[in-house]
Design a binder for this molecule. Structure first.
Ligand SMILES: C[S@@+](CC[C@H](N)C(=O)[O-])C[C@H]1O[C@@H](n2cnc3c(N)ncnc32)[C@H](O)[C@@H]1O
Length: 211
């Protein structure tokens, strides 16, 4: 299923086609990007996410990369591994759910002020279905920040992601957001790639449309 994106057949196939629960069963209390990329993302969150708002950190782990000095009303976490989510000090509550099996979020319409998906979008096999759900739970105008680098769990990334380079990834994420009904889509290069020195970091932001 290509969700009307006009992508080739097999675009969402993974090398490791086993259930995702098997791959994500061992907790990984590691950082998936380097310190410079994290600092750049945190600074981007500082100016993009509303202070005091309700946030949804979708596809999270034990870190959310939020600015430490800013308080939010709630940070709702979602991921695949309960040990990782329980270890995340920023989350006020969380739930585990395989979005490749069930994209429906257990959250009310227009109940979230901003949402984030960090270094994880490449694992979604129904990205438009999931992002439509994010649009549903966001209040109108609320931002969704999708960030990514050039590293990933290769066997779990979908084929279309594996076929593209960094700028192709940005175009693909923009396309996901457009098809999910997001507006005012903007891409920012947060950190540059320098071979063996620094990880690149890109953020694509879309705003939820009025219902
Ligand atoms: C590389 S980690 C990134 C974690 C975190 N966002 C970070 O910045 O460190 C990839 C995450 O994608 C999420 N993920 C992968 N496959 C998923 C699936 N099928 N359903 C839901 N979440 C999934 C898991 O939460 C996993 O921890």
């Amino acid at each position: 299923m290509d969700e009307g994106l006009g992508l080739p057949q097999g675009a969402f196939a993974k090398i490791d086609a086993q259930e995702d629960e098997i791959f994500y069963e061992p907790p990984r209390l590691v950082c998936h990007i380097d310190d410079g990329a994290i600092a750049a993302l945190t600074e981007f969150y500082r100016v993009t996410l509303p202070e005091g708002g309700v946030l949804l950190d979708l596809m999270s782990s034990w870190v959310s990369h939020l600015p430490p000095e800013i308080d939010y009303a709630e940070v709702i976490g979602h991921g695949m591994n309960e040990t990782e989510l329980a270890a995340n000090p920023r989350l006020t509550r969380w739930f585990a759910q395989n979005l490749n099996r069930d994209p429906k979020l257990p959250l009310a319409d227009a109940s979230v002020d901003a949402a984030m998906v960090c270094v994880s979008i490449q694992y979604l096999q129904q990205p438009v279905g999931v992002l439509r759900e994010v649009a549903r739970v966001l209040r109108p105008g609320g931002p969704l920040v999708i960030s990514f680098s050039n590293r990933c769990f290769w066997t779990k990334a979908v084929a279309i992601w594996r076929a593209l380079d960094d700028s192709g990834h940005a175009r693909l994420v923009e396309r996901y957001l457009r098809h999910a009904g997001f507006e005012r889509i903007e891409t920012s290069q947060l950190a540059e790639w320098v071979e063996d020195v620094s990880d690149p970091m890109t953020a694509v932001v879309g705003r939820a449309a009025a219902m």
